[in-house]
Design a protein around this ligand. Structure first.
Ligand code: 6PG
Length: 257
């Protein structure tokens, strides 16, 4: 893997402009080469930072976008904890991405009662449905080992988690599944569905976005204490590029060029 590109900005607006620049550039390149742009979105603060500038960009071929989710919480898609809902409010409501090209993880496949009971079988319906959507979309004619996204946008938690992949969790060793369920997420809500590390590491581009002083210590550990085995450190796209978009509050303990 090539060295990551790390950028830090004084204010979040500047970060949003630079992030939108990258997304627009990768969208153009991908559409030129493959006639589509496959992007995976995360929850947390990312959708707002992403949408802030991107939603005002002209000339983006939104109808060629194929949107997926890096992770989702097992709550209805109109629940305030839903990653889909925050992406809708911050981006989808403002730009003409085609609704049929927004490939949601479907928590509704797990019924309310069964979710409360913690029925793994029912959760399987959610993970299997999302994996099948990915297979239908990415595998097409040839069989492939992992899907290759044009861009995955990831957040990072103060514990070093990304997607719904948490430090020390057995899911970090997953090397076959594309999509996995986690029922004991330390960050609420506890029940989630996530892309796995090999999927992330097959992407053409992966960009982390982290802002605020609450991320200082974990960023220091990620950058300056190699091999801490933090989920974010395990993100090393095999043939892709890795970007970090930080603000100065988050990056203040790092030595950046
Ligand atoms: C989620 C996210 C998660 C998030 C990080 C960072 O569903 O919780 O996808 O991975 O991106 O926890 O969240 P913040 O940006 O809010 O700190």
């Amino acid at each position: 893997m090539a060295h990551p590109t790390v950028k830090s900005f004084a204010i979040s607006n500047e970060l949003s402009v630079s992030l939108a620049d990258l997304v627009v550039e990768l969208s153009k390149e991908s559409i030129k080469s493959r006639d589509r742009f496959t992007i995976g979105l995360s929850g947390g603060s990312l959708p707002k930072l992403l949408g802030a500038d991107l939603k005002n960009r002209k000339g983006v071929e939104w109808d060629k976008w194929e949107v997926f989710f890096c992770d989702e919480r097992i709550v209805p898609l109109d629940h305030e904890d839903s990653n889909y809902l925050v992406c809708k409010k911050e981006l989808f409501d403002h730009v003409p991405i085609l609704p049929e090209k927004i490939h949601t993880i479907k928590p509704e496949l797990a019924s309310e009662n069964e979710v409360k009971e913690g029925d793994e079988e029912t959760i399987d319906a959610v993970t299997e449905n999302y994996e099948q959507q990915l297979i239908d979309f990415f595998a097409c004619a040839k069989s492939i080992k992992f899907p290759v996204f044009d861009l995955l946008l990831l957040g990072i938690g103060p514990d070093g988690h990304t997607c719904s992949l948490f430090p020390g969790h057995p899911l970090l060793d997953e090397n076959i599944l594309w999509v996995a369920y986690i029922g004991d997420s330390p960050k609420p809500p506890p029940r989630r569905v996530t892309l796995t590390l090999p999927v992330i590491n097959h992407a053409r581009n992966v960009a982390f976005v982290a802002t605020g002083s609450g991320k200082q210590d974990i960023l220091y550990q990620i950058f300056e204490v190699p091999d801490s085995n933090l989920p974010a450190q395990l993100v090393k796209p095999e043939n892709g590029k890795l970007y970090w978009f930080l603000d100065d509050a988050a990056s203040s303990k790092l030595t950046l060029p």
